[in-house]
Design a protein around this ligand. Structure first.
Ligand SMILES: Cc1cc2nc3c(=O)[nH]c(=O)nc-3n(C[C@H](O)[C@H](O)[C@H](O)COP(=O)(O)O)c2cc1C
Length: 185
């Protein structure tokens, strides 16, 4: 069974991103995958303080490995100041270069209190993932007005957004399950 990491892309305690990851986890399990939540709340930030690029950092390596050893990664991305959270860029900047995302299936859910549902945040992130040669899944979901529109028990109130989310879960799970990285150059 393929392992899909649901990456909650913020270190903000009590985030909607982590609630959404919890809600989606059971859906990915029902879609026949082995989902695991990784939260950037647990990122070992103190180990990278002061600019430790290129140094051996065992706790950073262990955190990174949980994510990049997955068969697919779904980012749940809030919008902070018109982009994605700084902790996510820090995480990416300490990933092994250049191989970390190469040919790794990545998918994206944006969520924000604003009307655009983190469209900007996801598109900024996708620019970076493109630079790092990831395989980006084309179905993206944007949860607008997340504080009114999402509840961790009942999910997404807006029917169309919910339909997009269900479709993306089904199709990304199928894509990751059938994808053979070894056959992909
Ligand atoms: C530092 C910071 C900046 C934010 N900037 C934006 C923004 O640019 N646009 C927006 O719609 N919401 C913004 N928000 C609100 C988030 O969308 C809101 O916190 C929402 O719950 C999603 O983030 P969460 O996963 O941290 O809960 C910001 C929140 C924080 C903490």
């Amino acid at each position: 069974m393929k392992r899909i990491v649901l990456l909650s892309a913020t270190d903000r305690p009590g985030s909607k991103a982590l609630e959404i990851a919890g809600y989606m986890k059971q859906k990915f399990a029902m879609a026949g995958t082995n989902p695991e939540i990784v939260s950037l709340e647990d990122y070992p930030l103190e180990s990278v303080a002061g600019g430790k690029y290129g140094k051996y950092l065992p706790d950073v390596e262990a955190f990174n490995e949980k994510v990049i050893s997955a068969d697919g990664v779904l980012f749940i991305v809030p919008e902070y100041n018109g982009s994605f959270p700084g902790i996510l860029k820090m995480f990416i900047d300490y990933l092994p270069f250049p191989e970390a995302f190469r040919n790794l299936p990545l998918a994206f859910v944006g969520e924000a209190s604003g009307a655009f549902g983190a469209l900007r945040a996801v598109e900024h992130l996708q620019q970076i993932c493109g630079y790092r040669n990831a395989l980006m899944f084309p179905e993206r979901v944007f949860i607008q007005r997340v504080n009114q529109n999402f509840d961790k028990e009942t999910g997404i109130a807006d029917a169309k957004t919910n339909e997009f989310l269900e479709s993306m879960i089904r199709n990304f799970a199928e894509f990751v399950s059938e994808f053979k990285q070894s056959e992909f150059v």
